[in-house]
Design a protein around this ligand. Sequence first.
Ligand code: ADP
Ligand code: MN
Ligand code: MN
Ligand code: MN
Length: 365
Amino acid sequence: MANPEYSGKLDKSVLNHYLSLESPEGHVQCEYIWVDGTGQGIRSKCKTMDFVPKKAEECPVWNYDGSSTYQAEGSNSDMYLHPVALFRDPFRRGEHKLVLCEVYKYNKEPAETNKRHSCKKVMDEAKSSIPWFGIEQEYTLLSPDGHPFGWPKNGFPGPQGPYYCGVGANRVYGRDIVEAHYRACLYAGVKIAGCNAEVMPAQWEFQVGPCEGIDMGDHLWIGRYILERVAEDFGVVVTMDPKPMPGDWNGAGAHCNFSTLKMRQKGGIKEIEDAIDRMSNHHTRHIQAYDPKQGEDNKRRLTGLHETSSIEDFSAGVANRGASIRIPRQVAAEGCGYLEDRRPSSNCDPYAVTEIIVCTAVLNK
Ligand code: ADP
Ligand code: MN
Ligand code: MN
Ligand code: MN
Protein backbone atom coordinates (compact mmCIF):
# COMPACT_ATOMS: atom_id res chain seq x y z
CA MET A 1 0.00 0.00 0.00
CA ALA A 2 1.09 3.58 -0.62
CA ASN A 3 2.05 5.71 2.37
CA PRO A 4 -1.23 7.38 3.40
CA GLU A 5 0.48 10.28 5.14
CA TYR A 6 1.00 12.40 2.05
CA SER A 7 -2.56 12.98 0.77
CA GLY A 8 -3.56 14.76 3.96
CA LYS A 9 -0.50 16.99 3.94
CA LEU A 10 -1.00 18.87 0.68
CA ASP A 11 -2.05 22.48 1.24
CA LYS A 12 -5.83 22.64 0.87
CA SER A 13 -5.82 26.44 0.53
CA VAL A 14 -3.77 26.09 -2.67
CA LEU A 15 -6.27 23.52 -3.91
CA ASN A 16 -9.14 25.90 -3.19
CA HIS A 17 -7.83 28.42 -5.71
CA TYR A 18 -8.35 25.90 -8.52
CA LEU A 19 -11.64 24.53 -7.21
CA SER A 20 -13.09 28.04 -7.29
CA LEU A 21 -12.37 28.50 -11.03
CA GLU A 22 -15.58 28.62 -13.09
CA SER A 23 -16.25 25.65 -15.40
CA PRO A 24 -17.57 26.07 -18.96
CA GLU A 25 -21.34 26.61 -18.95
CA GLY A 26 -23.31 23.38 -18.44
CA HIS A 27 -20.25 21.19 -17.98
CA VAL A 28 -20.10 18.93 -14.93
CA GLN A 29 -17.70 16.37 -13.54
CA CYS A 30 -19.23 12.95 -12.89
CA GLU A 31 -17.34 10.60 -10.60
CA TYR A 32 -18.19 7.01 -11.61
CA ILE A 33 -17.96 4.74 -8.55
CA TRP A 34 -17.88 0.93 -8.39
CA VAL A 35 -16.93 -2.07 -6.24
CA ASP A 36 -13.71 -3.82 -7.27
CA GLY A 37 -12.83 -7.53 -7.43
CA THR A 38 -12.24 -7.83 -3.68
CA GLY A 39 -15.94 -7.18 -3.08
CA GLN A 40 -15.07 -4.46 -0.58
CA GLY A 41 -12.65 -2.06 -2.27
CA ILE A 42 -14.17 1.04 -3.88
CA ARG A 43 -12.82 2.54 -7.11
CA SER A 44 -13.79 5.67 -9.00
CA LYS A 45 -12.84 7.71 -12.03
CA CYS A 46 -14.06 10.98 -13.44
CA LYS A 47 -15.81 11.94 -16.68
CA THR A 48 -16.81 15.36 -18.04
CA MET A 49 -20.43 15.64 -19.14
CA ASP A 50 -21.66 18.56 -21.29
CA PHE A 51 -25.08 18.49 -19.64
CA VAL A 52 -26.33 18.13 -16.08
CA PRO A 53 -27.68 14.61 -15.62
CA LYS A 54 -30.90 14.37 -13.64
CA LYS A 55 -31.13 10.57 -13.59
CA ALA A 56 -28.53 7.79 -13.64
CA GLU A 57 -29.95 6.50 -16.94
CA GLU A 58 -28.89 9.73 -18.64
CA CYS A 59 -25.23 8.96 -17.91
CA PRO A 60 -23.49 6.88 -20.58
CA VAL A 61 -22.21 3.38 -20.03
CA TRP A 62 -18.43 3.60 -19.58
CA ASN A 63 -15.55 1.15 -19.15
CA TYR A 64 -12.32 0.59 -17.25
CA ASP A 65 -9.35 -1.75 -17.00
CA GLY A 66 -10.51 -4.73 -14.97
CA SER A 67 -7.03 -6.25 -14.92
CA SER A 68 -6.04 -3.48 -12.50
CA THR A 69 -8.94 -4.03 -10.09
CA TYR A 70 -8.56 -7.81 -9.51
CA GLN A 71 -11.39 -8.38 -11.98
CA ALA A 72 -10.10 -9.50 -15.38
CA GLU A 73 -7.06 -10.78 -17.27
CA GLY A 74 -4.97 -8.27 -19.22
CA SER A 75 -5.83 -9.95 -22.52
CA ASN A 76 -9.56 -9.38 -22.04
CA SER A 77 -9.64 -6.58 -19.57
CA ASP A 78 -12.48 -4.18 -20.47
CA MET A 79 -15.23 -4.03 -17.89
CA TYR A 80 -18.45 -2.01 -18.31
CA LEU A 81 -19.79 0.55 -15.87
CA HIS A 82 -23.58 0.86 -15.87
CA PRO A 83 -24.76 3.95 -13.95
CA VAL A 84 -27.55 3.06 -11.49
CA ALA A 85 -27.83 5.89 -8.94
CA LEU A 86 -26.93 9.60 -8.80
CA PHE A 87 -25.88 11.64 -5.79
CA ARG A 88 -24.64 15.22 -5.38
CA ASP A 89 -20.87 15.50 -5.14
CA PRO A 90 -19.97 16.97 -1.71
CA PHE A 91 -16.31 17.37 -2.73
CA ARG A 92 -16.72 19.35 -5.96
CA ARG A 93 -20.14 20.77 -5.08
CA GLY A 94 -22.27 22.71 -7.60
CA GLU A 95 -23.91 20.46 -10.20
CA HIS A 96 -21.14 17.85 -10.06
CA LYS A 97 -22.27 14.28 -9.43
CA LEU A 98 -21.34 10.98 -7.84
CA VAL A 99 -22.48 8.18 -10.14
CA LEU A 100 -22.85 4.74 -8.57
CA CYS A 101 -22.34 1.96 -11.12
CA GLU A 102 -22.89 -1.77 -11.55
CA VAL A 103 -20.04 -3.68 -13.21
CA TYR A 104 -20.54 -6.00 -16.20
CA LYS A 105 -18.00 -8.21 -17.94
CA TYR A 106 -17.07 -8.29 -21.63
CA ASN A 107 -19.79 -10.91 -22.18
CA LYS A 108 -22.45 -8.66 -20.57
CA GLU A 109 -22.71 -10.93 -17.53
CA PRO A 110 -22.52 -9.21 -14.12
CA ALA A 111 -19.03 -9.25 -12.59
CA GLU A 112 -18.56 -11.71 -9.70
CA THR A 113 -18.60 -8.87 -7.17
CA ASN A 114 -21.60 -7.14 -8.74
CA LYS A 115 -23.98 -8.19 -5.97
CA ARG A 116 -26.48 -5.52 -6.93
CA HIS A 117 -27.66 -7.36 -10.04
CA SER A 118 -29.28 -10.31 -8.24
CA CYS A 119 -30.29 -8.15 -5.26
CA LYS A 120 -32.33 -5.91 -7.56
CA LYS A 121 -34.24 -8.91 -8.94
CA VAL A 122 -35.09 -10.12 -5.43
CA MET A 123 -36.17 -6.62 -4.34
CA ASP A 124 -38.42 -6.32 -7.38
CA GLU A 125 -39.97 -9.69 -6.58
CA ALA A 126 -40.62 -8.67 -2.96
CA LYS A 127 -41.72 -5.12 -3.74
CA SER A 128 -45.29 -5.51 -2.43
CA SER A 129 -43.99 -6.35 1.08
CA ILE A 130 -42.32 -2.88 1.13
CA PRO A 131 -39.04 -4.00 2.74
CA TRP A 132 -37.17 -1.37 4.74
CA PHE A 133 -33.60 -1.61 5.96
CA GLY A 134 -31.31 0.40 8.20
CA ILE A 135 -27.64 -0.55 8.42
CA GLU A 136 -25.34 0.47 11.27
CA GLN A 137 -21.92 0.78 9.66
CA GLU A 138 -19.12 0.37 12.20
CA TYR A 139 -15.54 1.18 11.16
CA THR A 140 -12.15 1.94 12.64
CA LEU A 141 -9.80 4.85 11.95
CA LEU A 142 -6.10 4.03 11.60
CA SER A 143 -2.98 6.17 11.62
CA PRO A 144 -0.72 5.90 8.57
CA ASP A 145 1.34 3.31 10.49
CA GLY A 146 -1.70 1.00 10.64
CA HIS A 147 -2.23 1.41 14.38
CA PRO A 148 -5.68 2.65 15.53
CA PHE A 149 -5.86 6.43 15.30
CA GLY A 150 -4.98 8.20 18.56
CA TRP A 151 -3.75 5.04 20.32
CA PRO A 152 -0.39 5.30 22.13
CA LYS A 153 2.42 4.34 19.76
CA ASN A 154 3.81 1.70 22.09
CA GLY A 155 0.98 0.15 24.00
CA PHE A 156 -2.75 0.36 24.42
CA PRO A 157 -5.36 2.80 25.72
CA GLY A 158 -7.14 1.92 28.96
CA PRO A 159 -9.71 -0.88 28.82
CA GLN A 160 -13.08 -0.44 27.09
CA GLY A 161 -15.78 1.33 29.07
CA PRO A 162 -15.48 5.11 28.71
CA TYR A 163 -15.39 5.29 24.91
CA TYR A 164 -18.85 4.29 23.61
CA CYS A 165 -20.76 7.53 22.85
CA GLY A 166 -17.92 9.22 24.71
CA VAL A 167 -16.98 12.88 24.80
CA GLY A 168 -13.63 14.41 25.63
CA ALA A 169 -10.19 14.45 24.10
CA ASN A 170 -9.09 11.41 26.15
CA ARG A 171 -12.10 9.31 25.12
CA VAL A 172 -12.72 9.79 21.39
CA TYR A 173 -10.31 10.04 18.51
CA GLY A 174 -11.05 11.51 15.08
CA ARG A 175 -14.36 13.30 15.57
CA ASP A 176 -13.48 15.85 12.85
CA ILE A 177 -13.71 13.06 10.30
CA VAL A 178 -17.05 11.86 11.66
CA GLU A 179 -18.55 15.36 11.58
CA ALA A 180 -17.26 16.10 8.08
CA HIS A 181 -18.55 12.76 6.82
CA TYR A 182 -22.03 13.34 8.28
CA ARG A 183 -22.44 16.72 6.60
CA ALA A 184 -21.06 15.43 3.33
CA CYS A 185 -23.59 12.57 3.37
CA LEU A 186 -26.48 14.96 4.04
CA TYR A 187 -25.29 17.18 1.19
CA ALA A 188 -24.94 14.24 -1.20
CA GLY A 189 -28.41 12.91 -0.47
CA VAL A 190 -27.27 9.79 1.38
CA LYS A 191 -29.95 8.87 3.92
CA ILE A 192 -27.68 9.02 6.96
CA ALA A 193 -29.69 8.43 10.13
CA GLY A 194 -27.15 9.06 12.90
CA CYS A 195 -23.67 8.41 14.22
CA ASN A 196 -21.89 7.55 17.46
CA ALA A 197 -18.50 6.75 18.93
CA GLU A 198 -18.08 3.01 19.47
CA VAL A 199 -16.90 0.76 22.30
CA MET A 200 -13.30 0.51 21.07
CA PRO A 201 -11.48 3.87 20.91
CA ALA A 202 -11.03 5.10 17.29
CA GLN A 203 -14.04 2.99 16.31
CA TRP A 204 -17.15 4.80 15.07
CA GLU A 205 -20.55 4.03 13.59
CA PHE A 206 -22.88 5.74 11.17
CA GLN A 207 -26.37 4.52 10.41
CA VAL A 208 -28.09 4.69 7.03
CA GLY A 209 -31.83 4.21 6.71
CA PRO A 210 -34.60 3.43 6.69
CA CYS A 211 -34.16 2.71 2.98
CA GLU A 212 -36.56 0.73 0.82
CA GLY A 213 -35.25 -2.25 -1.15
CA ILE A 214 -32.27 -1.68 -3.42
CA ASP A 215 -31.71 1.85 -2.03
CA MET A 216 -30.12 0.36 1.09
CA GLY A 217 -27.08 -0.91 -0.78
CA ASP A 218 -26.87 2.18 -2.99
CA HIS A 219 -26.89 4.60 -0.07
CA LEU A 220 -24.50 2.59 2.09
CA TRP A 221 -21.90 2.20 -0.67
CA ILE A 222 -21.96 5.94 -1.35
CA GLY A 223 -21.77 6.60 2.40
CA ARG A 224 -18.63 4.43 2.50
CA TYR A 225 -17.14 6.15 -0.54
CA ILE A 226 -17.64 9.56 1.08
CA LEU A 227 -16.03 8.29 4.29
CA GLU A 228 -12.95 7.08 2.41
CA ARG A 229 -12.64 10.44 0.63
CA VAL A 230 -13.08 12.53 3.77
CA ALA A 231 -10.54 10.46 5.69
CA GLU A 232 -8.15 10.74 2.73
CA ASP A 233 -8.32 14.52 3.03
CA PHE A 234 -7.31 14.23 6.68
CA GLY A 235 -4.53 11.71 5.96
CA VAL A 236 -6.28 9.06 8.07
CA VAL A 237 -7.04 5.49 6.98
CA VAL A 238 -10.43 3.78 7.29
CA THR A 239 -10.61 0.05 7.83
CA MET A 240 -13.76 -2.05 7.56
CA ASP A 241 -11.98 -5.07 9.03
CA PRO A 242 -14.44 -6.82 11.38
CA LYS A 243 -11.79 -7.39 14.06
CA PRO A 244 -8.97 -4.89 13.59
CA MET A 245 -7.48 -5.49 17.05
CA PRO A 246 -7.43 -9.03 18.39
CA GLY A 247 -7.98 -9.58 22.09
CA ASP A 248 -10.27 -7.73 24.44
CA TRP A 249 -11.41 -5.13 21.94
CA ASN A 250 -14.81 -5.02 20.24
CA GLY A 251 -14.99 -5.93 16.58
CA ALA A 252 -16.90 -4.01 13.92
CA GLY A 253 -20.19 -5.10 12.42
CA ALA A 254 -22.91 -3.84 10.15
CA HIS A 255 -26.12 -4.68 12.02
CA CYS A 256 -28.96 -4.86 9.53
CA ASN A 257 -32.34 -3.66 10.78
CA PHE A 258 -35.24 -4.94 8.73
CA SER A 259 -39.01 -4.67 8.47
CA THR A 260 -41.85 -5.25 6.07
CA LEU A 261 -45.08 -3.26 5.96
CA LYS A 262 -46.87 -5.99 7.95
CA MET A 263 -44.19 -5.95 10.64
CA ARG A 264 -44.57 -2.20 11.02
CA GLN A 265 -48.35 -2.40 11.39
CA LYS A 266 -50.35 -3.20 14.54
CA GLY A 267 -49.72 -6.78 15.69
CA GLY A 268 -46.63 -6.97 13.47
CA ILE A 269 -44.66 -8.79 16.16
CA LYS A 270 -46.22 -12.04 14.89
CA GLU A 271 -44.78 -11.33 11.43
CA ILE A 272 -41.40 -10.56 13.00
CA GLU A 273 -41.40 -13.86 14.90
CA ASP A 274 -42.42 -15.82 11.79
CA ALA A 275 -39.68 -14.16 9.77
CA ILE A 276 -37.11 -15.03 12.44
CA ASP A 277 -38.32 -18.66 12.29
CA ARG A 278 -37.78 -18.73 8.53
CA MET A 279 -34.37 -17.10 8.83
CA SER A 280 -33.32 -19.58 11.52
CA ASN A 281 -33.44 -22.42 8.97
CA HIS A 282 -30.73 -20.80 6.84
CA HIS A 283 -28.08 -19.66 9.31
CA THR A 284 -25.15 -20.92 7.21
CA ARG A 285 -26.42 -19.28 4.03
CA HIS A 286 -26.77 -15.99 5.87
CA ILE A 287 -23.26 -16.23 7.36
CA GLN A 288 -21.83 -16.91 3.90
CA ALA A 289 -23.49 -13.75 2.57
CA TYR A 290 -22.36 -11.58 5.49
CA ASP A 291 -18.72 -10.98 4.56
CA PRO A 292 -16.74 -11.06 1.30
CA LYS A 293 -14.96 -14.29 2.33
CA GLN A 294 -18.06 -16.41 3.06
CA GLY A 295 -17.63 -16.16 6.84
CA GLU A 296 -13.83 -16.33 7.07
CA ASP A 297 -13.51 -12.66 8.07
CA ASN A 298 -16.52 -12.58 10.32
CA LYS A 299 -15.47 -15.61 12.36
CA ARG A 300 -12.74 -13.51 14.00
CA ARG A 301 -15.55 -11.26 15.24
CA LEU A 302 -18.52 -13.56 15.95
CA THR A 303 -17.00 -15.31 18.96
CA GLY A 304 -19.89 -15.06 21.39
CA LEU A 305 -17.96 -12.39 23.31
CA HIS A 306 -17.97 -8.58 22.96
CA GLU A 307 -21.70 -8.25 22.24
CA THR A 308 -21.73 -10.91 19.51
CA SER A 309 -23.26 -14.35 19.03
CA SER A 310 -21.23 -17.42 18.03
CA ILE A 311 -20.84 -17.81 14.27
CA GLU A 312 -21.84 -21.49 14.68
CA ASP A 313 -25.29 -21.01 16.19
CA PHE A 314 -28.49 -19.17 15.47
CA SER A 315 -30.24 -17.39 18.32
CA ALA A 316 -32.81 -14.65 18.77
CA GLY A 317 -34.09 -12.64 21.70
CA VAL A 318 -35.66 -9.44 22.95
CA ALA A 319 -33.02 -6.80 23.82
CA ASN A 320 -30.31 -9.51 23.61
CA ARG A 321 -27.07 -8.14 22.16
CA GLY A 322 -25.50 -11.59 22.39
CA ALA A 323 -28.02 -13.07 19.93
CA SER A 324 -27.87 -13.41 16.13
CA ILE A 325 -31.13 -11.51 15.91
CA ARG A 326 -32.35 -8.97 18.44
CA ILE A 327 -35.89 -7.71 18.78
CA PRO A 328 -35.48 -4.21 20.22
CA ARG A 329 -37.17 -3.75 23.61
CA GLN A 330 -39.41 -1.02 22.27
CA VAL A 331 -40.59 -3.23 19.40
CA ALA A 332 -41.58 -5.99 21.83
CA ALA A 333 -43.38 -3.42 24.00
CA GLU A 334 -45.29 -1.82 21.11
CA GLY A 335 -46.03 -5.15 19.41
CA CYS A 336 -44.73 -4.05 16.01
CA GLY A 337 -41.68 -2.57 14.29
CA TYR A 338 -38.53 -4.29 13.04
CA LEU A 339 -35.84 -6.86 13.81
CA GLU A 340 -32.08 -6.40 14.00
CA ASP A 341 -29.78 -8.98 12.38
CA ARG A 342 -26.49 -8.48 14.26
CA ARG A 343 -24.44 -10.94 12.22
CA PRO A 344 -23.29 -8.97 9.15
CA SER A 345 -19.62 -8.00 9.19
CA SER A 346 -18.51 -4.38 8.84
CA ASN A 347 -17.00 -5.28 5.44
CA CYS A 348 -20.18 -6.95 4.15
CA ASP A 349 -21.73 -6.10 0.82
CA PRO A 350 -25.11 -4.59 1.76
CA TYR A 351 -26.63 -5.91 -1.47
CA ALA A 352 -25.76 -9.49 -0.47
CA VAL A 353 -27.05 -8.94 3.08
CA THR A 354 -30.40 -7.41 2.10
CA GLU A 355 -30.88 -9.98 -0.67
CA ILE A 356 -30.55 -13.02 1.59
CA ILE A 357 -32.77 -11.46 4.28
CA VAL A 358 -35.55 -10.87 1.78
CA CYS A 359 -35.03 -14.34 0.24
CA THR A 360 -35.42 -16.27 3.49
CA ALA A 361 -37.64 -13.93 5.56
CA VAL A 362 -40.08 -12.76 2.86
CA LEU A 363 -39.91 -14.98 -0.21
CA ASN A 364 -39.28 -18.15 1.80
CA LYS A 365 -36.65 -19.44 -0.62
P1 ADP B 1 -28.83 0.19 17.89
O1 ADP B 1 -29.74 0.42 19.06
O2 ADP B 1 -28.79 -1.25 17.51
O3 ADP B 1 -27.46 0.79 18.08
P2 ADP B 1 -29.20 2.29 15.85
O4 ADP B 1 -29.97 3.42 16.42
O5 ADP B 1 -27.73 2.46 15.73
O6 ADP B 1 -29.57 0.94 16.66
O7 ADP B 1 -29.71 1.95 14.39
C1 ADP B 1 -31.04 1.64 14.11
C2 ADP B 1 -31.25 1.55 12.61
O8 ADP B 1 -32.53 0.99 12.38
C3 ADP B 1 -31.22 2.88 11.87
O9 ADP B 1 -30.41 2.75 10.71
C4 ADP B 1 -32.67 3.09 11.45
O10 ADP B 1 -32.75 3.75 10.21
C5 ADP B 1 -33.16 1.67 11.31
N1 ADP B 1 -34.62 1.49 11.44
C6 ADP B 1 -35.47 2.16 12.26
N2 ADP B 1 -36.73 1.74 12.07
C7 ADP B 1 -36.68 0.77 11.11
C8 ADP B 1 -37.66 -0.06 10.49
N3 ADP B 1 -38.95 0.00 10.81
N4 ADP B 1 -37.23 -0.93 9.54
C9 ADP B 1 -35.94 -1.01 9.21
N5 ADP B 1 -34.98 -0.27 9.77
C10 ADP B 1 -35.33 0.61 10.72
MN1 MN C 1 -26.09 1.38 16.58
MN1 MN D 1 -22.69 -0.22 17.18
MN1 MN E 1 -27.26 -2.37 16.53
